[in-house]
Design a binder for this molecule. Structure first.
Ligand code: DAH
Length: 357
């Protein structure tokens, strides 16, 4: 019996796989296995012999069975370890950037603009894209008969038959957020309001939906000089040209008095646009000192406070900075265009990290 035990226990421990193990099980404790055959011989034994040999054979059978299941578990563990070794994944590998798409130039430029103005103490404010007639026009000193309403190619919503209230509009500019911010925060205030705006217009430089960013700063001692400094500082940082030169050209907007349109010095030599040099001027934004009526509409006392405001096209400055010729392509969702003009998903613009790396 000791021979049998030695033979099987050592064979089991050196079995190389489950098939070999099953073979050994059959040889030892299967129906016709060696241990089973020995058990059959018990019948021929004397009762005394049987009392000794019977339990010993049972113990041997148990021992072999537990050696078999222990070995089986060990083999399964080893197989799993082997698999884990080949199936590991290096999560520190750099990603394939193309696979996760690109950041749209409008998003990128909005982030850039926000980073620059945040550094000058401007918070971001937002307003609804479907706006009431009052916020979009009246509160901004554009009364019903004002030609600016007609000029703006406004999209109007429908009112039910017989409902004579003025219809809501798709906001034609981000200026209504000036009023909403004044109402919500009072003065002093320093905000920019980036967002979508809508006008019925479509050609190489106009799309029915586009993006603007509004700026508003109100306090007790704000002048045109502050406006000028802030815009120059912005353009220098945004266009990443030290020698940017701005020209403030007298203009008219109903919501500012005085008003100025701002041009940036540029050259078109050889058909390519260069900012900060040359003899041409390119209009980039509208601005001015907030009209007292607009302050009043926002609930701010014009005898105590004054401020400046400006409005700029985000898509337009994106086209200028990144040399993108056709505005319509911005909104075509053409993946080839996005791969060409888009930005890597993890390069978030910041003043310290670089705006347009
Ligand atoms: N709202 C004007 C537009 O859409 C842009 C603008 C001009 C905004 C002058 C201003 C401003 O805040 O002061 O064309």
């Amino acid at each position: 019996m000791d021979d049998l035990r030695d033979k099987y226990i050592s064979a089991i421990s050196s079995a190389s796989d489950e098939v070999a193990l099953e073979e050994l099980r059959l040889q030892a404790v299967g129906k016709k296995g060696e241990v089973s055959l020995k058990m059959r011989e018990l019948g021929k034994m004397t009762p005394e012999e049987r009392q000794v040999v019977g339990p010993a054979l049972n113990a041997l059978k148990d021992e072999i069975n537990s050696a078999l299941s222990a070995k089986k578990a060990a083999l399964a563990d080893a197989a799993l370890n082997e698999r884990l070794k080949t199936e590991w994944l290096d999560v520190t590998l750099p990603m394939r950037e193309r696979r996760v798409g690109t950041i749209h130039p409008v998003s990128q430029v909005s982030e850039e603009v926000t980073a620059i103005f945040a550094d000058m103490g401007f918070a971001v404010a937002e307003g609804p894209q479907i706006e009431s007639d009052w916020y979009n026009f009246d509160a901004l000193n554009i009364p019903g008969h004002h030609p600016a309403r007609a000029e703006m190619d406004t999209f109007y919503t429908h009112r039910k038959e017989g409902d004579n209230r003025p219809p809501h509009v798709l906001r034609t500019h981000t200026s209504p957020v000036q009023i909403r911010s004044m109402e919500a925060q009072g003065a002093p205030i320093r905000v920019i309001c980036p967002g979508r705006v809508y006008r019925a217009d479509y050609d190489q430089t106009h799309t029915p939906m586009f993006h603007q960013v509004e700026g508003l700063a109100i306090d007790t001692d704000i002048s045109m000089a502050n406006l000028k400094w802030v815009l120059e500082e912005f353009c220098r940082a945004f266009f990443e040209v030290d020698g940017v030169e701005l020209r403030f050209r007298a203009s008219h907007f109903p919501f500012t008095e005085p008003s100025a349109e701002v041009d940036i010095r540029c050259s078109w030599e050889g058909g390519t646009l260069k900012l900060g040099e040359g003899d041409d001027w390119l209009e980039i934004l509208g601005s001015g000192m907030v009209h007292p009526k607009v302050l009043e509409a926002g609930g701010i006392d014009p005898a105590k406070y004054q401020g400046f405001a400006f409005g700029m096209g985000i898509d337009r400055i994106a086209m200028l900075k990144y040399g993108i010729p056709d505005l319509r392509a911005f909104f075509d969702s053409d993946l080839r265009w996005l791969r060409h003009y888009g930005f890597a998903a993890l390069d978030q613009p910041s003043l310290q990290g670089g705006l347009s790396v």
